[in-house]
Write a protein that binds this ligand. Sequence first.
Ligand code: ADP
Length: 320
Amino acid sequence: AKTIAVLTSGGDAPGMNAAVRAVVRSAISFGMNVYGVMRGYNGLLNGDVKEMNMRSVSDIMQHGGTALFTARSPEFNTPEGVKKAADFCREKGIEGVVVVGGDGSFRGARDLCGAGISCIGVPGTIDNDIACTDYTIGYDTALNTAMEMIDRIRDTTESHDRCSVVEVMGRRCGDIALNTGIAVGAMATLVPEVPYDFERDIVERMKAAQRTGKRHYIIVVAEGVGHTQELTERIQAATGIESRATVLGHVQRGGSPTLRDRVVASRMGYHAVELLNNGASNRVVAMKGEQIVDFDITEALNMPRIFDENLYRVSARLSI
Ligand code: ADP
C-alpha cells in the first residue's frame, strides 16, 4: 500500500485539525498508510512522526490550533535540510506529503517535490493571503472572532463617545480588515492595498459624521498598514475626540473553527489525498467560487493576489 504523511506548517489556523482529520481518514479509506508529522518540516528532520489510524484524529475537529503542532523550520529552508527530509521520507517509505500551511510552507513543498517526494499543499492561514485560492482555512473563524471582539469594543466606545482604532491581522493582505470593517460598520477601514489620505479619509469623514450626529467611531486598520498607536494619537490631536488603540493580535488565531472552516478543510483534505492517490504531485488545493480545484505549486506561487476593489468601494459608501 502507498504511504503518505501530513503536516501543518507556518502560522496555525483554526480548521487545520479538520484538514488533518480529513487527510488521515481519506488516506485510510483509500487503503493507504498515513503518518502524522510533528511540528511542521521539523518532524521530517528529526524523525518525529507517528503512524495514524482512524482514532488518532478523533475529537480534534472542534479545536483550534493544530494537534500535530506547527513550527517555522530554518533548517528545512536550506538545500541540505530539504535533502535530509526527503531521505527520511524514503527511509520510512513515505511517497507523498500533504502540507497544510501558507505560501512559505508551499515553497518548502515545492522544494521537497524537487527532491523526489510528491507534495500537495492545502491552504491554511487566517490571513486569506494566498493568491491562487479564494479562501484559506481559518479565515472565516478569524473574521467572526474579530467581528465579535470589535462589537465588544464598540459598546465601550459608544458609552464614552470615543473613537476606537482597531488593528486586525492579515499580514500584507487587507481581506480581514475589509470584511470585518463592513461587518462592524466601521467608519473607515485602512488596508495596505489602497493608499489613504489622513485628512480626507479620516479627519474630514469624522467631522462630517459628527455633523450628522455621530458621537462614536470605529476605525479598522489592517496589520499591513500598521502604526496603529501613532495613528490613534494623530486622530485625537486632529479631531479632539478621545481615541484609543486596540491591537487584537493572536486572539484571532484561536478558537473553535466555524462550520465553514471545518467543511472547507474537510473537502480540501480529501481532495489532497485524492490527488496523491491518482499519482499527482506538486499541486496546491484551492477554492474557486464554491468549487475545490488544484494548481501546479509553482504556478500558484507566481499568481498575483487580487484585492476586491469593488467590495472596498461598497464598504467606503456604507461607512459614514
Ligand atoms: P507560512 O507557511 O504560514 O507562510 P512560513 O513562511 O513561516 O509560514 O513558512 C513555514 C516554513 O516553510 C518555514 O519555516 C520553512 O521551513 C519553509 N519555507 C518557507 N519559505 C521557504 C522557501 N522560500 N523555500 C523553502 N522552504 C521555505
